[in-house]
Design a protein around this ligand. Structure first.
Ligand code: ATP
Ligand code: MG
Length: 307
């Protein structure tokens, strides 16, 4: 069995991260309505930048069945989350060391059975994740694209939701649909929108205004602009080399944007974690007062996200 040596490489906290002195991580999902808009690149580059600031980062590859994170990092993990979900291994045993001390939880590749997690698998995942609570400060979940039950599930168990868009009409409308479902069906009230592959700032700003307006007006949610990543051919080159662009081309425009985003994210991290962490969700589910779930969860377990 392989035990990954995660955590050891994290640098000690520097002063800006002091408010993080707590024993559960800040969990962020990174999603998009439309595929191919840059989620996995956002996750791995932000992860490296946050880890460089002295925090312990887990990249949770939740793109079940397609698993791009190891490919973009040139990693060949022997085990993955499917081994956990099928009850063969524990979560800590499938963690894999990534770049610069980042830890990766790889999703299964080509495992059809994980395309829509069953209720039992969702619960097993939440339970296993609790074991990691003290080992990480930040968890970035690459959820995959679209509005599948898996994507919704990983969004609702996160503290914050980053929605990646690119300045194209289909990316915008698909992102709106994702936020609409999360808002109306799962009461998510705020989203951080990250605009990727930006060629013209003013065009990006116009597009962002439209999505912000529509979301506030029709969904009653707050959509905050998390930032822009410029279109940068260095990203495609880094993908070909299977390395994060912030490692391969630290001076590139996109790397500088990732660095800024990481600082901004850490600067705005909530001191008190709001409702919804993986751990919290699990505890709430099995709390003695389970009236909000419509009864005793052990008698009639709720489906977190129906499949
Ligand atoms: N800022 C950027 N500038 C230029 N090219 C980019 C940028 N961001 C992403 N790309 C290109 O887009 C491709 C897709 O990126 P990525 O795999 O991160 O998207 P994704 O949203 O995770 O896709 P999927 O939905 O399939 O999981 C990359 O291989 C890269 O070539
Ligand atoms: Mg991806």
């Amino acid at each position: 069995m392989q035990i990954a040596s995660y955590g050891n490489t994290a640098r000690p906290f520097s002063s800006p991260s002091e408010p993080l002195a707590r024993n559960s991580p800040y969990v962020l999902s990174v999603s998009s309505g439309k595929g191919g808009v840059g989620k996995t690149n956002v996750v791995i580059n932000l992860a490296v930048e946050i880890q460089r600031r002295g925090l312990r980062v887990l990249v949770f590859d939740a793109d079940m069945g397609l698993s791009n994170v190891p490919i973009l990092l040139g990693l060949v993990p022997q085990y993955n989350i499917s081994h956990v979900l099928f009850g063969e291994m524990r979560m800590k045993e499938v963690l894999f060391p990534g770049p610069e001390g980042v830890t990766v939880l790889p999703a299964g590749f080509g495992v059809q059975e994980l395309a829509a997690l069953t209720e039992e698998q969702q619960l097993r995942l939440l339970c296993e994740t609790e074991e990691l609570e003290e080992d990480f400060d930040v968890v970035l979940i690459d959820t995959g694209a679209g509005i599948s039950p898996n994507v919704l599930f990983f969004n609702i168990v996160s503290h914050d939701n980053i929605v990646v868009v690119c300045p194209e009409p289909t990316s915008m409308s698909d992102a709106y649909v994702l936020m609409k479902i999360l808002a109306l069906r799962y009461q998510r009230k705020s989203f951080k929108v990250l605009m990727n592959s930006v060629k013209q700032e003013d065009e990006a700003a116009r597009v962002l205004d439209r999505i912000t307006d529509a979301s506030q007006r029709f969904l009653g949610v707050s959509v905050r602009h998390f930032g822009n990543i410029p279109h940068d051919r260095r990203i495609a080159e880094a993908v070909r080399c299977q390395k994060p662009v912030v490692e391969l081309y630290p001076d590139s425009a996109s790397s500088q944007a990732f660095s800024q985003l990481a600082s901004q994210l850490l600067g705005s991290m909530p001191e008190e974690l709001p409702v919804g962490s993986l751990q919290f969700f699990w505890k709430r589910l099995f709390a003695s007062d389970s009236s909000e779930w419509g009864g005793d969860p052990f008698q009639s377990r709720p489906t977190l996200v129906s499949t």
